[in-house]
Design a protein around this ligand. Structure first.
Ligand SMILES: NC(=O)c1ccc[n+]([C@@H]2O[C@H](COP(=O)([O-])OP(=O)(O)OC[C@H]3O[C@@H](n4cnc5c(N)ncnc54)[C@H](O)[C@@H]3O)[C@@H](O)[C@H]2O)c1
Length: 458
């Protein structure tokens, strides 16, 4: 977990340049080896960023990188599809960066410098963007591709911000762990979009739980029950099968991990954070009851999992993407001497009717934005060379959610070591759209849907 608090984040641009200049004068010994010297030579060029995966979140993440206190430039963009890249560039240029991004009335101006020859399209576009003189890669494509993109970025000596989940299957998780270790050895910084770790209310609540304010922990509950995601199924027309699945990545487990991994990871990760580790077994149930159309790939629309940690503590998790039901996105922790409610900006610890701790009340618009803080922390670490690597706990939480999916797909009890060692889900690593897709449509259309009791865990 990150031990960087919001108070350690703020380094002004002047401080940054002074640090940089002093480090340059000292023969760059203080610099992080992954940074190109020009970043520290006065900062004229700024910290150059490549955005890889120019969708909704990528656009937001790029806006947050640009909104840090540092001299950041969006220098290259890469996407599998031209229309996505163009839409993202247009949005950023006009200062509209979507649901999670920073709105900047007049746009980001000269901070966006992505001429045609630094706009790359296709499945190998990520390599070209990483290789065109940038310092940082923002990896926000589908989770299945994350290990491939992360590996290439760290090999090329780039700092990384990558979205969660960091993989869709165990082979990808193992790759992330191996690459994260390499990143540490190269002193490259790695931030991951599990933004609860940068929400001041979570940071305080988790610290209080871990020091024993609510006693010994008995159970945890994690929920992401909501309606369908804002993802529309796109018809195949004359695409190749692989292109079709990547366009519709959300609905394929080998690309998204299913929504238990893609979305519910946030809640599962918060529970792992509280517990200081991952569960060792999972059993559960799930299915596809409402989102049944052939256009919706092979994922479920609901999962419920009982996870058990090594000390016997249970975490009950449920996630549902079905309209018209009770919605709830939060985590709950029960201890022998109190309870905790965990939710963005609103975490609260109670004992019966008594409030043990609640965050300060803020007026609308005053709340600290963890999506921004996670970028402030990352760019501060890049600027001052401090340690920052969030990949390990992200990999652990990604694997926990994958273990949950194995349990709901199979109906069997699944053990951590066996799940992590399995090779059942291929890592997405195609570089061209004419590569065969790892799962193929059925003769009658649609895809094989997992059946509990029949489908093997892995
Ligand atoms: N932290 C959060 O709260 C949060 C919120 C939303 C999304 N996310 C995560 O962000 C990631 C992206 O989600 P999104 O909602 O932006 O999806 P999206 O579909 O809007 O964006 C994904 C983009 O990646 C592109 N792409 C696909 N394959 C690619 C490849 N091989 N190389 C380069 N580009 C490729 C797609 O064309 C698309 O433009 C997911 O991992 C998701 O879980 C995180």
């Amino acid at each position: 977990m990150s031990d960087v608090t919001s108070s350690t984040l703020v380094q002004s641009r002047r401080d940054f340049l002074q640090t940089a200049a002093a480090a340059s004068a000292a023969g760059s010994l203080l610099l992080s080896p992954g940074l190109s010297p020009r970043v520290h030579a006065g900062g004229d060029d700024g910290i150059k960023v490549a955005l890889i995966g120019c969708g909704n979140r990528g656009t937001g993440a790029a806006s947050q990188a640009l909104a840090t206190k540092y001299n950041v430039k969006l220098w290259a963009m890469a996407d599998a599809f031209a229309d996505r890249l163009e839409g993202s560039l247009k949005a950023l240029s006009s200062g509209k960066a979507g649901k999670y991004g920073v709105e900047k009335g007049a746009g980001f101006g000269a901070a966006i410098d992505v001429p045609k020859d630094r706009q790359f399209i296709g499945l190998d576009a990520f390599q070209k963007a990483i290789d065109c003189g940038v310092d940082v890669a923002i990896l926000t494509g589908p989770p299945g591709f994350r290990p491939q993109h992360f590996d290439y970025a760290i090999n090329a000596g780039k700092h990384v911000f990558m979205e969660k989940p960091v993989a869709a299957g165990p082979a990808g998780v193992r790759k992330i762990l191996e690459v994260a270790d390499r990143a540490r050895k190269k002193n490259l910084k790695v931030g991951v979009g599990l933004q609860r770790h940068h929400d001041p209310s979570y940071l305080e609540a988790v610290q209080r739980i871990q020091r024993g304010d609510i006693g010994k922990l008995i159970t945890l509950r994690a929920y992401w029950d909501g309606g369908p995601p804002a993802k529309v199924a796109i018809p195949k027309n004359n695409m190749t099968e692989l292109e079709y699945q990547i366009r519709n990545w959300y609905f394929f487990d080998w690309l998204s991990g299913d929504h238990i991994v893609e979305q519910h990871i946030h809640n599962i990760d918060a529970c792992n954070w509280v517990m200081g580790g991952h569960p060792v077994t999972a059993m559960g149930m799930g299915g596809r009851q409402v989102r049944t159309g052939k256009e919706y790939g092979n994922i479920f629309d609901h999962h419920a999992v009982e996870f058990t940690y090594a000390d016997g503590t249970k975490m009950f998790s449920q996630c549902r993407q079905i309209p018209g039901c009770k919605n709830q996105v939060a985590e709950f922790v029960e201890g022998t001497n109190g309870s905790a409610y965990l939710n963005q900006g609103r975490c609260t610890l109670t004992r019966g009717e008594e409030t043990l701790w609640a965050p300060p009340r803020r007026r609308p618009g005053e709340a600290e934005n963890p999506y921004q803080i996670e970028h402030d922390v990352l760019f501060a670490a890049i600027a001052n060379g401090s340690e920052h690597n969030e990949a390990d706990y992200a990999a652990s939480s990604t694997m926990t959610a994958i273990m949950g999916r194995f349990a709901t797909y199979s109906g069997k009890e699944v053990k951590w070591d066996e799940a992590l060692a399995s090779n059942s889900v291929p890592m997405a690593d195609a570089l061209a759209f004419d590569t065969p897709a790892p799962i193929q449509p059925l003769p009658e259309g649609g895809y094989a849907i997992p059946i509990p009791g029949v489908t093997k865990p892995f």
